[in-house]
Write a protein that binds this ligand. Structure first.
Ligand SMILES: C[S@@+](CC[C@H](N)C(=O)[O-])C[C@H]1O[C@@H](n2cnc3c(N)ncnc32)[C@H](O)[C@@H]1O
Length: 343
């Protein structure tokens, strides 16, 4: 049973988070030199008021699920306060490089040296705000701040909307029997929320970035219930039909078409019949037609080599090709949370 105080506490925590990151966003806009307007036609874009209302409704849906007992209210997750502030300072110190890269006055796609040796070429480049791509402790330390600033404090709630279809799928199952996997787990935020919600489940997070996995371990803490391994989504180190549940957040739009198809096929291969996959990623063209212009603008303002191909495609169709059947879909602010079953 949740109380009025629980609701107040949830609302206060989320509002503080949004205010904090919206403040970063506003300060960042002042510090960054404006980008030239695109010289190609763009689709419709929402007003700020429309986006704020939509973000609020995403939090409200999460609260309704908590109140219905589907999963507990999220625990505040992140570094201790002094480190949290240091990371904000570091984020702002990194902005001049981001700006120079955006305006192409700095050509440092990745620092020279042995970084990324042995990793696939498509992976060894910068993505959106990332200095050093996925390949340094510095990038791993500021990633969470960057992403929350980009989504003005709504990145975590979008990730956590994956918990809703999982809770429904879990009905009648024992969480202790569930073997789960997060593909491209990054700094481990979704894994941490899943572990908090269902501490009996056994999880593995895979990612190609050692620094991001180290960050994930720090966030999640030492627990035998969450293993973290360096591996590629397109070559999952699991036997056929050995897992019950797979999640993946904000990975698919970072992959070239061919690799994305391989990752989805690998997910289908390692899942048992009756198992569930939940993918959280950018909305695609037509998911919210009056916002399509945002999908045109994003790769213009940020370095996102595979984003345009992602948003112009259809996740449900790609999953069907891989042998995964669409079970539920929710648009959560700027993300689509899509659940699939392996029949
Ligand atoms: C945008 S981040 C998303 C991270 C995390 N899931 C989140 O919700 O923030 C993409 C992550 O996918 C990882 N990644 C990219 N390509 C990968 C691949 N082929 N196999 C495994 N991980 C990959 C990157 O290292 C990075 O940590």
């Amino acid at each position: 049973m949740v109380s009025a105080l629980d609701r107040l506490s949830y609302a206060a925590q989320q509002a503080a988070r949004v205010a904090w990151y919206a403040g970063h966003y506003a300060a960042g806009r002042r510090l960054l030199k404006p980008m030239p307007k695109p010289d190609f036609p763009i689709g419709p874009t929402p007003t700020r008021a429309e986006m704020t209302a939509d973000m609020r409704s995403t939090f409200e849906r999460e609260w309704q699920d908590i109140a219905a007992g589907l999963f507990p209210a999220p625990r505040t997750r992140g570094p201790e306060p002094a480190e949290f502030l240091r990371r904000s300072a570091r984020y702002f110190r990194d902005l001049p490089q981001v700006d120079a890269r955006r305006h192409r006055t700095l050509d440092d796609e990745l620092p020279p040296g042995q970084q990324g040796d042995g990793l696939p070429d498509y992976y060894r480049q910068n993505f959106h705000f990332q200095s050093d791509g996925w390949l340094s402790d510095h990038s791993a330390a500021i990633y969470d701040t960057q992403v929350e600033v980009l989504f003005t404090g709504a990145a975590d709630v979008m990730r956590r909307r994956a918990l809703s279809p999982i809770a429904q799928w879990l009905a009648g199952r024992n969480q202790r029997d569930v073997r789960g996997l997060d593909v491209g787990c990054g700094t481990g935020r979704l894994l941490a929320f899943l572990h908090d919600a269902w501490p009996g489940m056994k999880w593995t997070g895979v990612d190609l970035s050692a620094p991001y996995l180290a960050e994930a371990r720090r966030l999640i803490g030492k627990t035998a219930r969450v293993r973290l391994i360096e591996a590629a989504g397109e070559k999952l180190p699991f036997d056929d039909a050995s897992l019950d549940l797979i999640v993946s957040s904000f990975l698919m739009h970072e992959l070239p078409d061919k690799i994305r198809a391989q990752v989805l096929a690998e997910m289908a291969r390692v899942l048992k019949p009756g198992s569930l996959v939940v993918i959280v990623d950018s909305i695609q063209r037509g998911d919210q037609p009056s916002w399509d212009g945002l999908l045109d603008l994003f790769p213009h303002y940020f370095h996102e080599p595979y984003y345009a191909a992602y948003v112009n495609g259809n996740l449900e169709a790609w999953c069907a090709t891989a042998g995964l059947t669409s079970a539920a879909v929710e648009r959560a602010f700027l993300s689509k949370v899509a659940a699939f079953t392996k029949l």
